[in-house]
Design a protein. Structure first.
Length: 184
């Protein structure tokens, strides 16, 4: 299923959408260098779209399993399951939910989803403004250099935000481990 979606996305729906909806109506005369860089930007947009999609559904899928698993405990109790059978089922479900929570914390799907989607939206905004000649791109003289600089800044900012996030989590983890060893 995932491979079919990725192949579909890679076949160019984002690029086709950009060409049809944005570039078709607003694009101005571009030289070959500008057109090539717009293709690079559309590849970045496609990349961040795929990454955001995977993270979104990883987060949604595991959250749905947790919700259904935990709600099944109440359902089993209502259905009259008691004793050792109920305790075993409840323990299995809660263990599964704890494992899923660990997986979600490990892969950080929600944080990545938000970061990738924000980066994709920022790139799409810059693409539209550049092709329309709006905002900082209204000056014909240096608009392409500003566009390249802004796009590279967005991509660099995404990497910097992720590195900062990981470093903060690691330092929190190290502080917590230090506190636990001091208590022992």
């Amino acid at each position: 299923m995932e491979h079919k979606f990725i192949n579909w996305v890679r076949s160019g729906p984002i690029k086709k959408w950009l060409n049809k909806e944005v570039h078709q109506y607003y694009i101005r005369e571009l030289n070959a260098e500008e057109q090539d860089y717009l293709n690079v930007v559309s590849n970045y947009i496609e990349y961040y779209n795929i990454r955001a999609f995977r993270c979104k559904w990883g987060f949604y899928g595991t959250s749905l399993i947790k919700i259904l698993g935990l709600s099944s405990i109440t359902f089993l109790k209502i259905m009259g399951k008691d004793g050792a059978e109920f305790a075993t089922m409840a323990a299995a479900v809660t263990t599964m939910c704890l494992a899923i929570e660990g997986i979600v914390a490990l892969f950080k799907w929600q944080e990545k989803w938000i970061l990738y989607r924000n980066t994709q939206n920022a790139l799409m905004r810059e693409d539209r403004q550049f092709t329309e000649g709006q905002g900082i791109y209204s000056n014909e003289e240096d608009r392409f250099s500003k566009f390249v600089e802004t796009v590279e800044g967005i991509i660099d900012d995404e990497a910097r935000k992720w590195n900062t996030y990981v470093q903060e989590k690691n330092s929190q983890k190290n502080e917590n481990e230090g506190k636990e060893s001091d208590e022992n």
